[in-house]
Design a protein around this ligand. Structure first.
Ligand SMILES: Nc1ncnc2c1ncn2[C@@H]1O[C@H](COP(=O)(O)OP(=O)(O)OP(=O)(O)O)[C@@H](O)[C@H]1O
Ligand SMILES: O=P(O)(O)OC[C@H]1O[C@H](OP(=O)(O)OP(=O)(O)O)[C@H](O)[C@@H]1O
Length: 298
């Protein structure tokens, strides 16, 4: 049976459940607190919830076929896994988040090179931290943290390497970013054994295709645009890439109906431009996802 390990906890769990729901991959959990579940897609898929930091190792070991976790833990664990897809969702936003080197707001340093040798840097990411200072040619004393990392300053550390999403935690703890260490996304990973098995590989690629489609779908809105035939030449070039002609209006002769998928970020400008070019009206509809044929994905 194909197996999937998904992130448990306040940061990635809910967003992951949302993505799977949009993809149509229903995660059946006996109870909200249950750490085991199943998905029925091409046969049963076993689902287990684990802490994000544990996921890369349990996928690399073969205990699970596929996992979803943060890029930070994939690098930190040094697990031998392949990334199949990246999704820009964090705890509260649909954007990549960062691992940063931060210092107290009143620290004199303006660059990482200003930090004196022996600077104590608290972090949960000791491997990434060591590598970062090695690459910078600096000698820092990496102090392992198990959370609440900002609180290590000043007694236990002079600086931190920690996750930043909104920046609230740094602000409320009197810290500022000195350097971005990594930019992170949520990633779907698989071990070499999974991809080497042809029966699993195809099922995994099908799951990834649905997740990708769901992630793309939530960033787009379908627009249905009614256009008089004489304005088609000005309206059509302004439709989103990949748009199509849906037909003709049943009520009004000489009116053509176009449809397309507009990225949310461009929706207002696209709407204004289409109306200015001669469109009669535009109807917006929420979409879930567009699933491409297998040969176009993965
Ligand atoms: N705003 C955020 N705060 C903390 N972690 C975040 C945030 N957004 C994304 N992440 C990512 O979520 C994952 C959290 O993994 P971790 O194993 O540290 O969880 P945790 O400390 O056990 O707690 P929780 O998942 O409950 O926050 C990491 O990959 C982290 O980078
Ligand atoms: O930039 P922000 O939006 O404030 O998010 C980042 C904060 O969230 C995480 O802490 P978390 O609450 O998971 O606790 P922890 O430090 O104990 O892991 C992280 O360690 C930062 O402190």
């Amino acid at each position: 049976m194909l197996s999937l390990v998904l992130p448990k906890g306040s940061s990635l769990e809910q967003r992951t459940l949302d993505l799977f729901a949009t993809a149509g991959l229903e995660i059946r959990r006996a109870a909200a607190r249950s750490q085991r579940a199943t998905i029925d897609y091409g046969g049963p898929i076993r689902v287990v919830f684990c802490k994000p930091r544990e996921i890369p190792a349990v996928v690399a070991s073969g205990a699970f076929d596929v996992g979803l976790t943060g890029a930070d833990w994939i690098e930190e664990s040094e697990a031998k896994v392949d990334t199949l897809a990246s999704f820009a969702f964090a705890k509260t936003s649909d954007a990549p988040w960062r691992l940063v080197l931060a210092v107290p707001t009143d620290h004199p340093a303006t660059d990482v090179r200003d930090l004196p040798d022996g600077t104590r840097v608290a972090t949960e990411y000791v491997n990434i931290g060591r590598r970062f200072f090695e690459e910078a040619g600096l000698h820092a004393d990496i102090v392992r943290s198990y959370g609440a990392t900002e609180a290590k300053i000043p007694e236990l550390a002079d600086a931190v390497i920690d996750v930043v999403e909104t920046g609230d935690s740094l602000r409320h703890n009197g810290l500022r970013v000195l350097r971005t260490v990594r930019t992170c996304t949520s990633q779907v990973i698989a071990g070499p054994h999974t991809l080497a098995d042809p029966s699993k590989r195809e099922r995994v690629h099908n799951v990834v295709r649905l997740l990708r489609a769901a992630a793309a779908g939530t960033r787009r809105t379908m627009i249905t645009v009614r256009v008089p035939e004489q304005s088609l030449h000005t309206v059509t070039p302004l439709m989103p890439a990949g748009s199509w002609r849906a037909g003709t209006d049943l009520a009004e002769a000489g009116v053509v109906v176009l449809q397309g998928l507009a990225p949310h970020t461009e929706l207002l400008q696209t709407t204004d431009a289409l109306l200015a070019a001669g469109a009669l009206d535009i109807t917006e509809s929420d979409i879930r996802k567009t699933v491409p044929a297998p040969h176009t994905a993965c």
